[in-house]
Each structure stands twice: as C-alpha cells, then as structure tokens.
Design a protein around this ligand. Structure first.
Ligand SMILES: [Zn+2]
Length: 167
C-alpha cells in the first residue's frame, strides 16, 4: 500500500472513531461539571472498555484531603473496582485536561491502552506541554495518546471556575 492510500485509510478510521471519542469526552465533561458543583477544580475522567464506561472520576483533592485525588486517579480506582483488577487491560481513558506527571505514571502502571484528553495544561501537562512522559523509552508499557478533544468546552469550564472563585 502506498503512503497516500495508507494516510487516507487512517483518516477514514479516525472519522469512524471520532463520534465515539466525542461521546465519551462529553461524559468526561459531565464529570468535570460534577467537580465544579463540588467546588473542586473542574476536571473529569472516564474509563471505557468495549465501548462501555467502567470507571468515572472527578477531581476531589479538597473533599478527600488528598493531593492524589485527581480525576484520572479516581477513575482508575473506580475502574479497578469494576474489573476487580489493578491492571486495566484494553481500557481507554478520557480526561478533560492534559494529565500531570502523577497521573501519567498511574496511566502507564494501569496499562491503559489509549489516552484521550481535552485541553492542554501548559504548566503541569506531562503529555505534550512540559514533558512527553509517555514517550520515554524506559517505560515498560506504551500508551497511545491524542489531545485537543472538546478542548474549548473543557478550558471554558476551568475559566468559569477560576473566575467564580475570584469574585
Ligand atoms: Zn494528575
């Protein structure tokens, strides 16, 4: 197969998959909204296996008195309970904001298949902003990733939250 045909095929696959990605990203945004309603920085995450949501989480650092209670960590915990397994084989994670280093390592350790994230996080984002953590050679599991899904909605929710706190 020549390069151009291969590229077209990839594009067709992406278009086929995109409605799903947007659907699940919307679910992650709903979780971010829950964080907002709980006066937590609005970040939400969900975990999907075989097109079913098996884990959900939102940022709860204040409620849980825990710096580790990020949306991704909570969703990974929830999915682990669902599967009764600490390894989330063939699972994808959708999160509204680019993950930090802590969450990126947890995503690797949980053996997540693909990571889809929304807005970029220029200060702490470990996937593409301040680091390309998932691309490091020493990792024993490779996570596929792509970002920018519904990033405006995610960023606007964060802006609204920080604006409401200043008032
Ligand atoms: Zn994090």
């Amino acid at each position: 197969m020549n390069g151009q045909r291969f590229y077209k095929l990839i594009l067709i696959f992406k278009i086929m998959l995109d409605p799903d990605i947007n659907f699940f990203m919307l679910e992650a945004l709903n979780m971010a909204d829950l964080a907002f309603q709980n006066n937590e920085v609005p970040v939400g995450a969900i975990i999907v296996k075989d097109r079913k949501i098996i884990g959900k989480g939102f940022n709860q650092v204040i409620q849980h008195h825990s710096v580790s209670s990020h949306a991704e960590i909570n969703a990974i915990y929830d999915a682990g309970q669902t599967l009764q397994n600490y390894r989330l084989i063939d699972c994808d994670l959708f999160v509204t904001l680019e993950p930090c280093h802590m969450c990126a390592k947890a995503i690797v350790d949980a053996r997540i298949n693909s990571l889809y994230f929304g807005a970029m996080e220029p200060k702490t984002g470990a996937i593409q902003s301040i680091d390309f953590f998932l691309d490091h050679d020493h990792l024993n599991h490779k996570v596929k990733y792509s970002g920018g899904y519904m990033s405006n909605q995610s960023a606007n929710l964060l802006k609204k939250f920080f604006k409401s706190r200043r008032n």
